[in-house]
Design a protein around this ligand. Structure first.
Ligand code: HSE
Length: 290
């Protein structure tokens, strides 16, 4: 028995969709799983170096948790060859992909026949919010609400470029959440939610100019987190006239500009030259999840 598990990276928040909007992108965590006498992780990408290769591997721990949930004591031993294109702790959903990979590993090894909705719910219960895990399972853009029950709406995304700008440092999500305000007044909440509401409508209509404008007006997290990202404002100013808008991907530090293919073709080299210390990529949304 051999099977593959391929989980896409994700970008969360997309401006004001804090903890509730995410989009799957074309960078992948891939597992090749083969029946074996004992459990072994084989780490095939440089950036995976140092991760546990035994039962303490996070993906295996998630798979065990799922097995216990379905009253199974033992996962069949296997050799898991692992490759990843997703940088760690940069705001591209690397831990969410590991959670989703662990769920899928248990699903396949134990033939649980989980539905996509069951996988999203399990992953959201583990992660605490659906914005990264839901698009990793379902693909496309997923707008989700989780509070005891989970509601998700999936919107396919086409013809949009994600200019992805990755700084050379890791940012822990817990640190980036720590600096957020604990409370908003009623009027602040009304303003912040109106930005989020119109952002969702813009996504549903693929109205990228409106989404781009509103990404800048987010009040939930970016005003506080920008301070942790050197160059954020300079990059925003440099790209402003030639993209729909810039946002902080997830908890950061990666920044993503939404642009048309034409805008990218015309300006990408210039942007890279202006900020050579950052790692620039052009990604696209993928409408297929795990
Ligand atoms: N919505 C989350 C945040 C994404 O911004 O903190 C990272 O888990």
């Amino acid at each position: 028995m051999t099977f593959m598990i391929k989980v896409p990276a994700t970008t969360a928040n997309i401006g004001a969709g804090f903890d509730s909007i995410g989009i799957a992108l074309n960078l992948y965590l891939t597992l090749k799983v083969t029946e074996a006498d004992r459990l072994e992780f084989v780490l095939l990408s440089d950036q995976l170096e140092g991760l546990p290769t035994d039962e303490s591997n996070f993906i295996y721990q998630i798979a065990k948790r799922v097995a216990e949930r379905y009253q199974v004591d033992i996962l069949p031993p296997c050799r898991i060859e692992m490759t990843s294109e997703i940088p760690f702790a940069r705001g591209l959903g690397s831990s969410a992909t590991a959670i989703v990979a662990g769920i899928e590993l248990a699903n396949q090894l134990l033939q649980l026949n989980l539905t996509a909705d069951e996988k999203v719910l399990l992953a959201t219960e583990i992660e605490g919010h659906p914005d990264n895990v839901a698009p990793a399972v379902l693909g496309g853009c997923v707008i989700g609400h989780y509070d005891q029950t989970l509601e998700t709406i999936r919107v396919p995304i086409d013809d949009l470029s994600f200019v992805t700008i990755i700084p050379d440092f890791e940012l822990k999500t817990s640190d980036a959440r720590e600096i957020l305000p604990k409370q908003f007044t009623h009027s602040e909440s009304v303003r912040a939610s109106s930005v989020a509401n119109v952002s969702v409508a813009a996504i549903c209509q693929q109205n990228w100019p409106v989404l781009g404008k509103l990404m800048k007006k987010d009040l939930f997290h970016q005003p506080y987190r920008k301070a942790l990202i050197p160059h954020y404002t300079q990059i925003e100013d440099t790209l402003a006239d030639n993209v729909y808008g810039l946002y902080l991907s997830g908890a950061g530090p990666t920044m993503i500009a939404l642009a048309s293919q034409e805008q990218v073709n015309k300006h990408f080299d210039h942007w890279k030259e202006a900020f050579p210390q950052l790692d620039w990529h052009v990604l696209e949304a993928v409408n297929q999840g795990v």
